[in-house]
Ligand binder design. Structure first.
Ligand code: PMT
Length: 380
């Protein structure tokens, strides 16, 4: 059983991490952009959410040729950002560079090229007739977000870049108080190579040429031994603890729990909620994440959100037969859109984020109201 880190241990781990692993070069300019964005929306009294999205990399060399990565394409984060904007939030979208972006995601990372949506007409490029309506809808939403200056896009690549940016932006968000939200959908690396155990140059595939010590005289964490590549990773401190207790004590915090074994999902989500004492854990299984998720919160306990059968998107990697496997035999407390009661044959596809985000916004409203009531009580 893992033990809850004490405040001092978590703080010491934080301090050690940020001392050992230097900030990204563009941190200052990103902080300037974020500060200006946050201050403007704080002044307008708007709610603001930081959405993290995509996977973090773990470089094995300082001049990086090889790195460890994960599967996340950033679909959850990019899609959620659009629905948050629809709910009136300002959004800071902190994403893995080149992963999916809100709005343009509809036309990128596809099996088809975006050029397939176009045709030539009288020497001009125009959108194909069959895509006009959908593209106009997306373009209008994008234009509103841009015009109202409600979307700020920041990027990271490595785990260290991600953590530096998360920490700095979270601190800047403090003045928003309870109107701030953190929606942590990024797939964050659990293990990494610390800077002082990294080799400078490309790891050689043959031991004859490989470096046995690095610049600091330490055995490199990633090295060739005989014909094998040995990678000896260290744990990344769990920064959720610091986010909850230190960086953003008033904001609503939504974390995700990804599992592949259905029997573990709810238990692990509950464990995470107890351990970090934040507001909401959203559990999802790799195989069914586009069609079902479970909310685990102190406010509402366990609550399943599912896309009705006839409105599910197709997914090459997902397995529909697994839907329901992580729920211990109870169907009550399941959120489905009203449309399910009707015959939904031929109805448009529903993205699960269109069900998730309004639920979260409602929880956020309750938390803000609770906080306001507590403040009023304290005054009287
Ligand atoms: O991008 P897609 O393809 O659409 O996939 C979406 C998703 C499956 C990646 C997303 O829905 C999701 O589940 N994201 C979280 C995956 C994850 O990192 O889970 P975890 O169990 O490793 O981490 C749990 C929580 O701890 C996360 O909220 C994370 O922010 C936090 N964490 C993780 C590592 C770390 N060192 N410190 C942390 O605080």
């Amino acid at each position: 059983m893992e033990h809850l880190p004490s405040a001092e241990t978590a703080e010491a781990a934080e301090s050690h991490y940020f001392t050992q692993n230097p900030p990204p070069k563009n941190l200052k300019s990103n902080v300037t952009l974020a500060r200006e964005f946050i201050d403007r929306h704080a002044e307008q009294g708007r709610r603001l959410v930081l959405v993290t999205s995509g996977g973090t990399t773990v470089p094995l060399e300082t001049q990086t040729v090889r790195y460890i990565d994960n599967f996340s394409a950033g679909t959850r984060g990019a899609t959620s950002a659009e629905y948050f904007l629809q709910e009136g939030y300002a959004v800071i979208f902190l994403h893995r560079q080149f992963s999916l972006l809100p709005y343009s995601r509809h036309y990128s990372h596809n099996t088809r090229s975006f050029l397939d949506f176009m045709k030539e007409e009288n020497g001009r490029v125009v959108v194909d007739e069959q895509h006009q309506e959908e593209m106009l809808r997306v373009l209008r939403q994008y234009s509103v977000a841009k015009k109202e200056n409600r979307l700020l896009i920041l990027s990271f690549v490595t785990i260290t870049e991600y953590l530096w940016e998360l920490r700095e932006v979270a601190k800047l968000m403090r003045p928003l108080g309870h109107k701030a939200m953190f929606y942590l959908a990024a797939a964050v690396s659990d293990f990494f190579v610390p800077q002082d155990r990294m080799v400078e140059h490309k790891i050689q595939s043959s031991e004859e040429f490989s470096q046995n010590t690095n610049r600091n005289g330490k055995t490199p964490a990633a090295r060739t031994e005989g014909r094998s590549l040995i990678i000896d990773l260290e744990p990344v401190p769990k920064f959720l603890k610091q986010l909850v207790d230190g960086w953003a004590p008033e904001g609503m915090i939504v974390s995700f729990k990804l599992e592949t074994d259905p029997s573990m999902l709810v238990k692990k989500a509950q464990y995470s909620l107890e351990k970090y004492a934040h507001h909401l854990v959203i559990g999802n299984l790799l195989m069914t994440r586009k069609w079902e998720v479970v909310f685990v919160s102190a406010l509402e306990g366990e609550k399943w959100i599912r896309v009705p059968r006839n409105r599910r998107s197709r997914s090459v990697s997902g397995v529909e037969a697994w839907i329901g496997r992580a729920e211990a035999g109870k169907a009550e407390n399941t959120v489905q859109p009203k449309a399910e009661a009707q015959d939904t044959q031929g109805e448009p596809i529903i993205e699960i984020e269109s069900l998730i985000i309004p639920e979260i916004a409602e929880m956020h409203t309750k938390l803000i109201e609770q906080a306001q009531a507590t403040k009023a009580q304290q005054k009287s």
